[in-house]
Design a protein around this ligand. Structure first.
Ligand code: CTP
Length: 404
């Protein structure tokens, strides 16, 4: 079987509790399994186990002081967050959970948590009474509702001499959970997924173009999630954007709406699932100038534009039998009504609606608040989530319906 941990980038966070010594075994096991492990620890954690121990086990310098970064030019919490494919906080003390739940960022571990977009696994360990305290339980509930993965502590003899719930699970169990988070699911197993992303550029002349504010983040997140969910092939057709290609995704760079249409229609026959997240220009200059346009003496300029092909509508009518087609609708008013019209007119299976004027939504933002409408009457209203979480929820919905 393929080793899931091989070359995977795992960030381990230790907050200050006696169970810190068990996280040494965890780090050692992950490194032996081929993972690249970095460690961030709080000042209190460093009282329980020495950073030198974790440095030797992980093979990397241990980070703990926000004001003494290892890379003097870097912003440590951001680079750690970017490094991590999964962030495992083990042990997570009552104090650490409280900070995470309330967004307090007063040390490197808690600041890194806020900067992380990857799955986070928190493994609480503490005295039973502290664990069962309503404050701790409320903090755990908040974190769980936000999508933090939690491992429940085990029962047994605790360091304080009592018996009860609060022990850190054995490192093998934690490793198993990390593997699960990293390998994702197999809910799209065997499927070929085609995703469009980013803006298009419509040339006015050799140096000027019409475009829009799309960053490509939503489409890239869908492609990354499809790959994590076991899709056999993920083709990502993207307009100009500087995002890195997600792991396991085949990228096809295009510039104009016409190029996007050609690339998508070439990949269409193999696609079982199409998610068209690109912000395709609806119009393109009728006669782009071959040489740079001169402003001349006039005070105004009228551009003549022609409609581009609707790639989504084309895909919907020419899809392979059984393929599922998903469109996006970015609205500024009457969101759901407008989207419902697009859903029907383009004969889509689903449409993902968001409002560009809402805070935390729209082009460029790292988050989005969307509603998914389905031709079968589905209506899934999601809270403000990161685009990665939106992508996961969308694909889970589609995969779940396919199973039925
Ligand atoms: N789309 C496409 N090809 C186009 C235009 C849009 O594939 N030429 C896709 C987008 O990727 C998105 C959906 O269609 O999935 C957006 O629908 P559309 O009706 O084009 O939305 P708007 O362009 O926002 O339309 P309107 O301006 O009428 O609201």
């Amino acid at each position: 079987m393929k080793n899931i941990l091989e070359n995977r980038r795992i960030l381990i966070g230790l907050s200050g509790g006696i169970a810190c010594y068990k996280s040494c075994e965890l780090v050692s096991c992950l490194v032996r399994s081929g993972a690249e492990v970095r460690v961030v620890m709080t000042g209190n954690a460093a009282r329980f186990v020495g950073p030198v121990t974790l440095q030797a086990l992980s093979g990397n310098p241990v980070r703990s002081d926000i004001f003494s970064p290892i890379d003097p030019g870097g912003i440590e919490h951001v680079s750690l967050a970017e490094f991590a494919e999964v962030f495992v906080i083990s042990p997570a003390t009552a104090d650490c959970l409280a900070k995470l739940a309330h967004g307090i960022a007063d040390d490197l571990l808690s600041t890194t948590y806020l900067a992380c977009d990857c799955p986070v696994l928190a493994v609480p360990a503490m005295n039973t009474v502290m664990y069962e305290h309503p404050a701790t339980q409320a903090n755990l509930a908040v974190l769980e509702a936000r999508g933090v993965h939690l491992m429940l502590p085990e029962s047994g003899r605790l360091a304080c001499g009592t018996e009860g719930v609060g022990r850190l699970p054995g490192f093998e169990r934690i490793v198993e959970r990390i593997e699960h988070l990293l390998c994702g699911s197999d809910s799209l197993a065997g499927l070929t997924v085609l995703v469009s992303a980013g803006p298009t550029r419509e040339a006015l002349d050799p140096v000027r173009y019409l475009t829009n504010a799309s960053s490509g983040k939503m489409g890239f997140a869908v492609a990354a999630s499809a790959s994590r969910m076991g899709a056999a092939k993920v083709n990502l057709v993207t307009g100009p954007c500087s995002l890195p290609t997600p792991h396991g995704v085949s990228r096809h760079d295009v510039v104009s709406a016409d190029q996007m249409y050609k690339a998508v229609s070439r990949l269409l026959p193999s696609a079982d699932l199409l998610v068209m997240a690109a912000a395709v220009s609806d119009f393109t200059p009728l006669r782009p100038a071959r040489k740079k346009m001169k402003k001349g003496g006039s005070d105004s300029l009228t551009l003549e534009l022609k409609k581009t092909r609707d790639i989504l509508a084309y895909c919907s009518s020419n899809r392979k039998p059984g393929a599922v087609v998903v469109g996006f609708a970015l609205e500024t008013e009457n969101d759901l009504d407008n989207a419902a019209v697009k859903l029907r007119k383009k004969k889509l299976d689903y449409i993902v609606v968001n409002n560009a004027l809402e805070p935390g939504s729209g082009p460029g933002s790292d988050t989005n608040r969307v509603t998914v409408l389905g031709s079968d009457g589905t209506r899934l209203e999601l809270p403000v989530l990161t685009k990665r979480q939106v992508a996961e929820k969308l694909l889970e919905l589609i995969a779940g319906k396919r199973d039925k």
